[in-house]
Design a protein around this ligand. Structure first.
Ligand code: NAD
Length: 294
């Protein structure tokens, strides 16, 4: 069993941390938010007063933070997380961030004689709670071998995507697909409404036909067909629209800097930008159905 520092115990981090505790690991947690720390305490973690305390003398340190700028602050800022850790500590960053920031963090880890993987996840809060996440891992074979068992305590599929930053590359490509497919599912239900076709009937047909996809089958954006989807809970996130917009913007940045046009991706990014700018940043990303329907 390992001693693990866990930084960022929000919507995803908290249930991931809980599965590590259930697997017998000792956790010291840190988060900016007092409420998040109270939740971590309730799950059985020790709570740290600052990042250094959560990092020193740990075998492994996991970060689950919102965006690239948070990762740069924590890993590359003047009080870098690396400065408090023993050399040889394994760092696992599960946040979704831009590839450039991920690679810079890997370089700094190597300079400080640490092991590092970027290991973003797919599967949402439900997958984090059930321990069924998919991890897309970037880093050396040695770092991947060290990270694999711990990731297995939080997920069902652990895939080595390639070298440094390739976990983030896989995640950005996946969420490009997810954002486009969510908008497509919303348009399909909006059209069904106009045609007088019952929503449940459309679900029963398309979830068993060629239109099936995760956004429809597991995360249906209209109330009813998938009881655990956020549509049945007033679109409380889940996966916030601001996060989906961030990931789509990352996909567009990556596409443009590699000379590729992704036209559906560009349009979907604009739709989510508009949705966020009209007061819906914290709404679950499936809540865009309400904007499309209108
Ligand atoms: P969240 O906002 O619920 O949690 C992030 C936590 O990090 C918050 O509690 C915040 O207080 C804390 N935090 C931010 N900066 C910090 C810092 N410098 N030091 C300490 N704590 C800090 O976000 P989330 O939904 O858990 O998402 C986290 C990451 O996981 C994001 O990169 C997101 O894109 C990715 N992700 C989310 C989902 C999902 O369904 N929510 C699914 C897959 C991937």
């Amino acid at each position: 069993m390992s001693n693990i520092g866990f930084i960022g115990v929000g919507k995803m981090g908290l249930p991931m941390m809980n599965n590590l505790i259930l697997s017998g690991h000792s956790i010291i947690a840190y988060d900016h938010s007092e409420d998040a720390l109270k939740n971590a305490l309730k799950k059985g973690a020790v709570v740290a007063d600052n990042i250094k305390e959560a990092t020193s003398s740990q075998d492994i340190v996991i970060t689950m933070l919102p965006a690239g700028k948070d990762i740069c602050d924590v890993y590359l800022g003047k009080d870098s997380i690396f400065s408090a850790a023993d050399s040889g500590t394994l760092f696992i960053d599960c946040s979704t961030v831009d590839i450039g920031s991920a690679i810079n963090v890997h370089k700094e880890a190597t300079r400080n004689e640490m092991y590092m993987v970027d290991a973003p996840v797919s599967g949402g809060v439900g997958g984090a709670e059930k321990g069924t996440l998919t991890f897309m891992v970037g880093g050396t074979e040695i770092a991947f071998a060290r990270a694999k068992n711990i990731l297995g305590d939080m997920g069902a599929k652990i895939i080595h995507a390639g070298g440094e930053g390739q976990g983030q590359a896989a995640k950005i490509c996946n969420n490009l697909l997810l954002g486009i497919s969510m908008v497509a599912v919303c348009e399909s239900f909006a059209l069904a409404d106009k045609l007088g076709l019952d929503r449940q009937t459309l679900f029963n047909i398309s979830s068993n036909a060629t239109g099936q996809c995760w956004a429809l089958n597991s995360y249906c954006p209209v109330p009813g067909p998938v009881p655990e989807s956020p549509a049945n809970n007033g679109y409380v996130a889940g996966f916030a629209s601001s996060m989906m917009h961030k990931d789509l913007a990352l996909s567009q940045l990556a596409a443009q800097s590699n000379g590729l046009q992704t036209q559906l991706g560009a349009l979907t990014e604009k739709l989510y930008k508009n949705f966020c700018e009209t007061g819906n940043s914290d709404v679950d990303f499936s809540g865009i159905f309400e904007m499309i329907r209108k």
